[in-house]
Design a protein around this ligand. Structure first.
Ligand code: OAD
Length: 254
C-alpha cells in the first residue's frame, strides 16, 4: 500500500489553525479516472485544442461540436466515483473549525463525496444556462446529443463552465480572496497552479501569513514557495493527512 509520511509539525499546525483553505485542481479527480488537462499524454489539452472547445467564440462558431465534447465529459464523470482524496477532504471539514474548499473542477465529485460547502470556481458540467440571456436551464435531459434552446430567448443553451476569457461566477472570487486572507493553512492539491485567478490564491494566502502545503506527485511553480510538499497522489496524501490529524487528537495532544 503506498505511504505518505506526514511531518508532525504540519499535523500540529493543522490541529491549531482556525481556518484551512483548500484549492483543488484536476489532479484530485485523476484517481477517479477523470483526465487532467496538462499531464503529458493523458491531459485533455494534450489531445484537444482549448481554443476549439473552451471559449464562447468556439461555441458560437460550432455549438454542436462543443456541446458534444461536454456531453462526452458529462458521460465520463457520470460513470466514475469520488476517490479517497475527495472523501478525505470532506472528512477534514469536520475536523477543523473552518474549511474553505475552492475547486477548479467542474465534475461535481467533491459534492458527491460530501463536501457541500464548496466554491466551484470554474462552474459545473451539469449546470447549463443560455448563451445570451444567461437564464439557467436546469431541466436539460441526459443524454442530450445537441445543444437545447433557451426557453426564454431561443438562443442556444451552453454548459455552465467558465471558459477562457470569462469571469469567475459572480461573488465567488471575493469569497475566495477573503478566505485566502483569513486562513492559517492553505492546501494546494492536484493543480498545476497555472490558471489565474485560482493560481494566485496560494500566494495571496502566503502574503497574509498562511502556511502553504502542496499535494502533487509532480513539481509545480508553487513547489518552491511551499512550506511543505507532499509528493504523492492526493488519494494517498489526503487520507494520510486526515488520519494523522485524527491520531493526534485521539492521543490527546494539546
Ligand atoms: P492541470 O491539468 O493543469 O494540472 C493537474 C495537476 O494535477 C498536475 O500538476 C499533476 O501533476 C497533478 N496530478 C496528477 N495526478 C494527480 C494525483 N493523483 N493527485 C494529485 N495531483 C495529481 O489541471 P488544473 O490545475 O486543475 O480550466 O487546471 C486548471 C484549469 O485549467 C482547469 O480548471 C481548466 C484548465 O484549462 C478551465 O477549463 C477554465
Amino acid at each position: 500500500m503506498p505511504q505518505c509520511p506526514i511531518p508532525a509539525e504540519l499535523v500540529a499546525l493543522l490541529a491549531d489553525t482556525h481556518h484551512v483553505m483548500v484549492l483543488t485542481g484536476a489532479g484530485v479527480s485523476a484517481e477517479s479516472g477523470v483526465p487532467t488537462f496538462r499531464d503529458a499524454q493523458t491531459g485533455l489539452w494534450e489531445r484537444f485544442r482549448a481554443e476549439d472547445l473552451a471559449t464562447a467564440e468556439a461555441f458560437r462558431n460550432d455549438p454542436y461540436t462543443v456541446w458534444s465534447w461536454y456531453e462526452w465529459r458529462r458521460d465520463l464523470v457520470g460513470r466514475v466515483a469520488p476517490n479517497a482524496g475527495h472523501v478525505a477532504l470532506a472528512a477534514l471539514a469536520v475536523q477543523v473549525p473552518r474549511l474553505t474548499l475552492v475547486t477548479q473542477n467542474v465534475d461535481g465529485l467533491h459534492r458527491r463525496a460530501g463536501s457541500d460547502d464548496l466554491i466551484e470556481f470554474h462552474g459545473n458540467l451539469f449546470e447549463n444556462h443560455c448563451l445570451d440571456c444567461g437564464l439557467p436551464a436546469p431541466d436539460v435531459a441526459r443524454p442530450c446529443p445537441a445543444p437545447p434552446r433557451c426557453a426564454a430567448c431561443g438562443e442556444f443553451v451552453r454548459p455552465g463552465v467558465v471558459w477562457f476569457g470569462e469571469a469567475i461566477p459572480a461573488g465567488l472570487l471575493p469569497r475566495a480572496l477573503d478566505a485566502a486572507d483569513d486562513c492559517g493553512v492553505f492546501l494546494s492539491v492536484g493543480t498545476s497552479a497555472m490558471v489565474q485567478p485560482a493560481a494566485g490564491l496560494a500566494q495571496r494566502a502566503m502574503q497574509s501569513g498562511a502556511t502553504l502545503v502542496e499535494v502533487n506527485p509532480q513539481p509545480t511553480e508553487l513547489s518552491e514557495l511551499a512550506d511543505y510538499v507532499l509528493r504523492a497522489n492526493s488519494g494517498v496524501a489526503l487520507p494520510a493527512l486526515v488520519a494523522a490529524l485524527r491520531a493526534r487528537r485521539d492521543a490527546g495532544a494539546v
